[in-house]
Structure formats: structure tokens, C-alpha cells
Design a protein around this ligand. Structure first.
Ligand code: AMP
Ligand code: ZN
Length: 406
């Protein structure tokens, strides 16, 4: 039997899965067991597609029940007693007519516009790069309209920083770790002689690597909060902007340009009093609504929650919904009949101010918020709605690409 022969496991969830949790639970099942290749989830049924390591006669009954038991644990902790969050819609332009209906991936591949290095890791060609530059221009104009200070942040983030903001508990599944060889002549010699890649990845002596002290950064604004930590906030308020590469490991959910392991985010970040942060978040939303209207983008802005890991999920989602902490800009993907988050408007209350000891002039913890745009996603959603023929594009996008032709 082939080592990758697919195997299907089907059973009913321990409690019915409400419609609004179907997608969330399906994406979490990718992390439940290494044998799970993909999962289909409906309120009454779960189907797992498994690989198995080539043993004759397939998977043992023991192993099957172990996987089912882990899946049921996820279902119970996320769906049992879950309360449907009220979705609040702030802008609804989902039905704006757009000229393109096809899946842009096929065309992007045909034009050599993307080259996949690994699952969720892509190089982008000139068209996508220029579209990203165009959208970057819009986001930088937004930042400028606030007089935001520019920053450049590292891609590495110290483990102890993430620990301080509870990241290991909230999003352990998406972490990406960094290490290096131990400073030890023998370890380095052995590595240089033995390191080799096989189909599973890099094989090296297990004691080659130093203790993990850094990770790849999952967000941009955290770096600003760490730079401001443990002191009074200068002038009582800060508005900053930065673009950065971010990393979120999304396992088998990494498909097409929709979901990447490494992606780029532009953020405008507000730090100050509660009113300062909330008012500016709202001003940013209204300014971006004008940009999207000019372009004729089909999208909606609606309340959302972060993809917390299973243990934290119910509590945190209820919390984010109750306090309207996150709104997503969801662009229509006409070919899929679905939407994709291309950006978000976030308010963290005084979470970072409290945990990182950033204080306002009256000594109370500062509040923070950010507006974040996913650059690969906005370019991808644009192509999904407007296609590849520039005569179908909004004039200002067409003009920008014409003027910036290499
Ligand atoms: P978030 O901080 O989760 O609201 O992320 C901000 C934006 O970054 C999202 O609205 C997406 O556009 C983008 N983004 C987040 N995760 C990914 C990913 N795995 N792949 C591509 N873009 C992403
Ligand atoms: Zn942020």
C-alpha cells in the first residue's frame, strides 16, 4: 500500500455543531492529529481524511478511537454551550457588481505570478507586487492622514515578550519557532557533516540546536507595545505605522494566497486613552470606506473574533464580541461565494497597557488599538473581483500600474 493512501473516518459530533462554528471547528481539526490531511464538518457529521504510515490493514482500531476522542474533545470545548455571537455589520457593500467571477489562482499560476516554495510560502511576481505597492500607497496615505510616526520592526520576537502578553495560551497552534546551532565546535562540526534533507525535512543530530529564545513575529503592533513597555507613554498618546512580515502557522488550512504561513501586514497603531483609541479607530474606518468606495470593492465590515486556540476559544470569543473589540473588512470572493478578511479594526482595551506596564499621565494603563491590512490578501481579493484585464480595473489602479511599469 502507498504510504500516503487516504483513509476516511466518519462519525457524529458529540454535540451538534452550530452553523456559525462549522468553519472554526474545521480549521482547528487540522491541529488535532498529524494523520489528519483534511476535514469536512457539518452540524451532524465529521469526516476526516487521514494519511497512514503504510501499515498493512490500515489504521489500528486503537489509533482510530484515539483520533476520534481528540476530535470530540475539540467539539465539546468549542461547541458545547456555545452562545452565538451577535454579528454587527458596520458597512455592507457585498453586492457591489464586480467584473470577474473566476478563481484567480489558475491565472496566477499560468502567468508565473506566484511560485510556491512550500505550503503557505509563496514568491510573488511583478503584477502582485505592483498591486501590493498600490494598496500600500493607500494604507500609507491613511497613516499620513493621522500624522503617524513610521517604524521598522524586527521579524524575530523574543519568547519572553510573547509570554508576557499571554500569546502561548491564546494562539499556541500558530507559533513559528527560531533557533540556531549551539555555540559548540563539536555540535557545529557534526551538523555540517550530517545535515541532510529527506522527505520529512532537515535531519540533523538532535542536540545541534540551541534552546529556543525567539519566534517569528505573528503581528506588527506588538513590537511597538514592547518598545513602549515599562514607562510612561511619551506625550500621553502615540500614533505609529509600520509594515512587517508576520508568521502564523495554519497547517493544512494553508491553501492558495488566502492563507499564508508568512504574509505581510501594514498597521496603523493607536496608543493612548480609551476615547483616543476608539475615536481614531472609527476615523480610520470611515477614511478607508472612502477608498473602497472609490475602487468599487465588494466588501463588508463586520464584527469578528481572533482565532483563539481550543481551550481559550469560548471565553475569549464571548469577550471580544461583547466589547466589540474586532471588526473585519471582508472582501467578496465571487468565484467561491465567500468572503476573505483583508483587514481588521482592533481595540485591545488596556490589555497591553496593563501587561506591559505602559502608563498614561494619570498613572492608569494605556489603551491600544490597531488597523491592520493583509497585503497579499487585498491584492488577491482585488484580482478575484476585477480579474486580469486592466480595462476592467478602476481607473486609478490601472493608471498606477501603467505609471509604475518596470
Ligand atoms: P488580524 O490581526 O488577525 O486581524 O490580521 C490582520 C490581517 O492580516 C487580516 O485581516 C488578513 O488580511 C491578514 N492575515 C492574517 N492572517 C493571515 C494569513 N495566515 N495569511 C494571509 N493573510 C493573513
Ligand atoms: Zn495590531
Amino acid at each position: 500500500m502507498n504510504a500516503q493512501t487516504a483513509l476516511t473516518l466518519q462519525f457524529a459530533p458529540a454535540v451538534p455543531i452550530p452553523d456559525y462554528l462549522v468553519g472554526e471547528i474545521r480549521s482547528k481539526l487540522a491541529y488535532v492529529d498529524e494523520l489528519i490531511l483534511s476535514a469536512e464538518v457539518s452540524p451532524e457529521q465529521i469526516t476526516l481524511h487521514l494519511s497512514h504510515p503504510g501499515a498493512e490493514g490500515g489504521l489500528s482500531a486503537e489509533r482510530r478511537s484515539e483520533i476520534e476522542e481528540k476530535v470530540q474533545r475539540v467539539v465539546l470545548s468549542m461547541a458545547k454551550g456555545a452562545i452565538k455571537p451577535k454579528i454587527q455589520i458596520l458597512e455592507d457593500h457585498l453586492e457591489r457588481p464586480v467584473p470577474y467571477q473566476a478563481d484567480p489562482m489558475a491565472e496566477l499560476i499560468a502567468r508565473d505570478e506566484i511560485s510556491q516554495e512550500a505550503q503557505g510560502v509563496f514568491s510573488l511576481g511583478p503584477l502582485l507586487s505592483q498591486l501590493i505597492d498600490y494598496f500600500e500607497g493607500q494604507f500609507i496615505a491613511l497613516a499620513d492622514s493621522f500624522g503617524a510616526q513610521p517604524y521598522r520592526f524586527p521579524i524575530l520576537i523574543p519568547a519572553r515578550y510573547l509570554e508576557r502578553v499571554n500569546y502561548f495560551r491564546a494562539f499556541p497552534h500558530s507559533l513559528s519557532f527560531v533557533t540556531h546551532l549551539r555555540e559548540d565546535l563539536q555540535a557545529i562540526d557534526q551538523f555540517s557533516q550530517q545535515a541532510a534533507c529527506d522527505e520529512h525535512g532537515l535531519q540533523a543530530p538532535p542536540d545541534s540546536f540551541a534552546q529556543i529564545q525567539h519566534l517569528l513575529s505573528p503581528a506588527v503592533c506588538y513590537h511597538l507595545y514592547f518598545a513602549l513597555a515599562d514607562k510612561p507613554l511619551p506625550g500621553g498618546q502615540v500614533i505609529a505605522t509600520a509594515v512587517g512580515t508576520c508568521f502564523r502557522y495554519e497547517s493544512s488550512n494553508l491553501v492558495s494566497l488566502e492563507r499564508l504561513w508568512n504574509f505581510t501586514m501594514r498597521e496603523v497603531i493607536f496608543v493612548g486613552s480609551k476615547d483616543f483609541v476608539l475615536e481614531n479607530r472609527e476615523i480610520a474606518r470611515l477614511r478607508m470606506a472612502q477608498v473602497f468606495e472609490r475602487l468599487g470593492l465588494a466588501y463588508r465590515v463586520e464584527s469578528a473574533n481572533d482565532p483563539f486556540f481550543i481551550g481559550e476559544f469560548r471565553k475569549q470569543v464571548a469577550f471580544q464580541s461583547a466589547f466589540q473589540l474586532k471588526f473585519e473588512i471582508r472582501a467578496r470572493l465571487p468565484f467561491a461565494g465567500s468572503t476573505l478578511a483583508v483587514g481588521s479594526y482592533n481595540y485591545h482595551q488596556d490589555f497591553f497597557g496593563r501587561n506591559l506596564n505602559i502608563t498614561l499621565p494619570d498613572g492608569s494603563p494605556t489603551h491600544t488599538g490597531c488597523v491592520a491590512f493583509g497585503l497579499e490578501r487585498i491584492a488577491y481579493a482585488f484580482l478575484a473581483q476585477f480579474g486580469f484585464d486592466p480595462s476592467d480595473w478602476p481607473t486609478e489602479v490601472r493608471d498606477y500600474l501603467q505609471e509604475h511599469k518596470p
